[in-house]
Design a binder for this molecule. Structure first.
Ligand code: BEZ
Ligand code: MG
Length: 533
């Protein structure tokens, strides 16, 4: 039955390259609606759309459950889907999804589109239940051939399944893809709308954001494309599909000002995608040199101001693509927080500035990463918003220490002349209906669904020793967010304290299962309290 949830998510994406329509789009069309409009209506809290989306989701789940039921035997094992599928596809009315939908308001759903979609889902189902990991591991240990295949997010690209392959990434020159740009536009427009709504209708002049290597592999360059769309350029592929050029999108087409960016590339991104750093740097410089009014082109506005202050030309001032020095990774804020080896937030911010201020310069080919801290600080000081992506349901904000490690929210506040705290946003593109939430909303959601959710912590505790460590790690990562952004509500710590410390039975369980992690958990509570979080 777990396969149903995965299939529902897989079915929610349009796959125009294979002529496959998303199930929610097919269902929405039967009631004369466009699914993107329904998603948008949901975002705005329009009750009619919230209800319709609930019905669409329920019908998707029902139709897919009916299909999975018919493809499995009475022990719940998948029987040979290829035979089953051929027979299922043979009889119009007998198709289980049609039978299910006939009792719903979506009974008129396009049969042909459904047939194509469920043919594809049948292939996916076979891949989802395949179990090759131990087999492949044995093959590898015996020095035998292991079949290679792409890695990535199984929802966006089910062909990464089955697991147990010798996985490879992608051609680094092939991103961003057309589909990635399409998704990026939606996220950027939602981010800008949200910022406008919360800030008296004003666009942010600058967004400080993060590019990860693994994310861009999994999404075929969605976050890379987000940067391009913010500044208003479009990637251009050559005849072999390599993206090595950008062209400006006209202000008319963009329908808004070009938003300036400060791009913080992870060390992994720098290692994998140096060509794309080059491309972005050229894009930013090109935009800074466009002859456009400053209130329509914030890249140009800031670059002109910075050029004047620094006594350099506009191209040099238009430096926005930063990372670590060659061979170095991370701001190390995560290590400082994990080891409690820091005095105050300022110290963490200094680490960020000294480690992350290395710029790539497309006008100095071969020069490598060069320290440009002054421009970095100046660019960050114009940021009205900070932004990161959550791209797959595998990892969220407090699962790992690397998200807060890249977060410059409090740093930007300190650098800004007016001392104003920037808005902080997180995009959730783990499902078809991409969401942009504030960082504090996302931290809340993470706390509710994991740290404070009995299903999560009991699941962890059922694994024993390691489970206690996972709970402790999550609390430490939460402290990390307090330290870099101040966006964690008090009640998160208070409820965690009630759950894990005040409850004596729980306290004893933790202490007996893993005394080391329990001690660290206590220390972390005391530290959070001591630091005023
Ligand atoms: C990255 O893919 O860029 C990345 C991976 C692990 C930690 C931080 C960044
Ligand atoms: Mg991620």
């Amino acid at each position: 039955m777990e396969a149903v949830a995965t299939l529902v998510n897989i079915a929610a994406l349009d796959r125009p390259e294979d002529d496959i329509s998303a199930l929610p789009s097919i269902l929405a069309a039967t009631v004369g609606r466009n699914i993107e409009d329904i998603y948008r209506g949901n975002g705005k809290g329009i009750l009619k759309d919230v209800e319709l989306l609930r019905q669409i989701t329920e019908a998707s789940r029902g139709a897919i459950s009916a299909f999975v039921d018919r493809s499995t035997n009475n022990k719940g094992q998948v029987v040979d889907t290829s035979d089953k599928l051929t027979s299922l596809l043979g009889f119009g009315l007998n198709e289980p999804w049609i039978q299910y939908l006939s009792d719903t308001q979506f009974y008129r759903a396009d049969r042909e589109k459904l047939r194509v979609l469920f043919g594809f889902l049948g292939e996916c189902l076979k891949l989802i239940v395949a179990n090759n990991e131990v087999g492949s591991l044995k093959q590898a240990l015996e020095g035998k051939y292991v079949e290679p295949g792409p890695g990535g997010d199984p929802i966006r690209n089910p062909k990464v399944l089955p697991t147990g392959k010798n996985i490879h990434a992608l051609d680094p020159q092939a991103i961003p893809t057309v589909a990635a740009l399409q998704s990026a536009k939606i996220v950027v427009e939602r981010l800008l709308e949200r910022q406008k709504a919360d800030n008296g209708g004003k666009y942010p002049e600058t967004v400080a954001l993060v590019l990860w290597g693994t994310d861009n592999i999994k999404t075929y360059g969605e976050s890379l494309a987000q940067v391009m769309w913010m500044i208003g350029v479009r990637p251009v592929a050559d005849g072999l599909g390599r993206v090595n050029k950008v062209e400006p999108v006209s202000l008319e087409e963009l329908g808004r000002p070009r938003v300036d960016v400060v791009v913080n590339c992870s060390g992994v991104f720098r290692d994998l995608f140096i060509n794309q750093m080059n491309l972005l740097d050229r894009a930013v410089k090109m935009v800074a040199e466009l002859d456009e009014p400053e209130d329509q082109n914030f890249v140009r506005k800031h670059a002109l101001e910075q050029a004047k202050t620094l006594g350099v030309d506009v191209r040099e001032a238009a430096t926005r693509v930063f990372s670590n020095a060659s061979g170095s990774y991370s701001s190390n804020i995560n290590l400082a927080v994990e080891n409690s080896s820091w005095n105050d937030e300022k110290q963490l911010q200094d680490m960020y500035l000294s480690r992350k201020s290395f710029a790539f310069d497309s006008d100095a080919p071969g020069a490598g990463m060069m320290e440009k801290r002054q421009v970095f600080e100046m660019a960050l000081s114009t940021a009205d918003a900070t932004f990161q992506n959550l791209d797959s349901s595998e990892i969220s904000l407090t699962d790992v220490s690397h998200y807060f490690d890249s977060d410059p929210t409090n740093l930007v506040q300190n650098l800004r002349k007016d001392g104003k705290k920037p808005s902080a946003y997180i995009a959730d593109t783990t499902t078809a209906n991409a969401q942009v939430r504030t960082l504090s909303e996302t931290v809340r959601l993470d706390a509710r669904t994991k740290l404070l959710n009995p299903k999560w912590y009991e699941g962890m505790l059922s694994t024993g020793y390691e489970g206690v460590r996972e709970i402790e790690k999550r609390l430490t990562n939460t402290v990390g967010w307090s330290a870099t952004s101040g966006q964690v509500d008090n009640w998160v710590y208070e409820e965690a304290n009630t759950t894990f410390i005040k409850d004596e039975e729980m306290l004893n369980r933790l202490m007996n299962t893993n005394p080391n992690s329990f001690r660290k958990l206590l220390q972390t509570f005391l530290e959070a309290n001591g630091r005023g979080y």
